[in-house]
Design a protein around this ligand. Structure first.
Ligand code: UDP
Ligand code: MG
Length: 133
């Protein structure tokens, strides 16, 4: 069954000119780009996106980072898109990400980990609506 998910290319990857290389990996893996935009999130919008992490110790740093410079938001479609994208992206901490994953190849550390990927079909729907309402 075709499914949609959301990927964001985070500021660290945009700043280091990795947009093209990350998109190439998505397309090579069979993801269809259905919507895409570059956007500079405000602090308030970044906080809204990550409201599920309210109260977590890393939230303030995450919000500051995600609003520090532009990101690229991409809605993707594929069979089993949510789980397959999480696998392509790799573990949150790049030091623990599997070989060949986007985070293992491009990320700097746990905070500057180059990409966001939705973690469930329900959250994917919310996150796609957030960027492409
Ligand atoms: N994060 C962090 N420190 C942590 C956990 C998470 O800086 O201890 C950041 C990291 O950039 C991560 C984001 O917060 O991508 C959201 O965390 P989540 O647990 O949802 O990880 P993800 O779903 O992105 O792998
Ligand atoms: Mg998450």
């Amino acid at each position: 069954m075709k499914q949609q998910t959301l990927l964001m290319i985070k500021p660290d990857a945009v700043q280091r000119n990795f947009i093209g290389r990350i998109i190439e990996r998505l397309e090579t893996a069979g993801f269809q780009i259905v919507q895409m935009k570059m956007v500079h999130l405000t602090v308030a919008r970044a906080r809204e996106f990550y409201e599920v992490h309210e109260g977590k110790p890393f939230l303030e740093e995450l919000v500051a980072f995600m609003s520090s410079s532009p990101i690229v938001a991409i809605a993707l479609e594929k069979e089993n898109a949510v789980a397959d994208l999480r696998e392509l992206v790799g573990a949150t901490n790049p030091a623990e990400a599997a070989c060949g994953t986007i985070r293992q190849c491009f990320a700097i550390d746990m905070g500057k980990n180059s990409v966001h990927a939705s973690d469930s079909p329900e959250n994917a729907a919310v996150e796609i609506r957030f960027h492409f309402a």
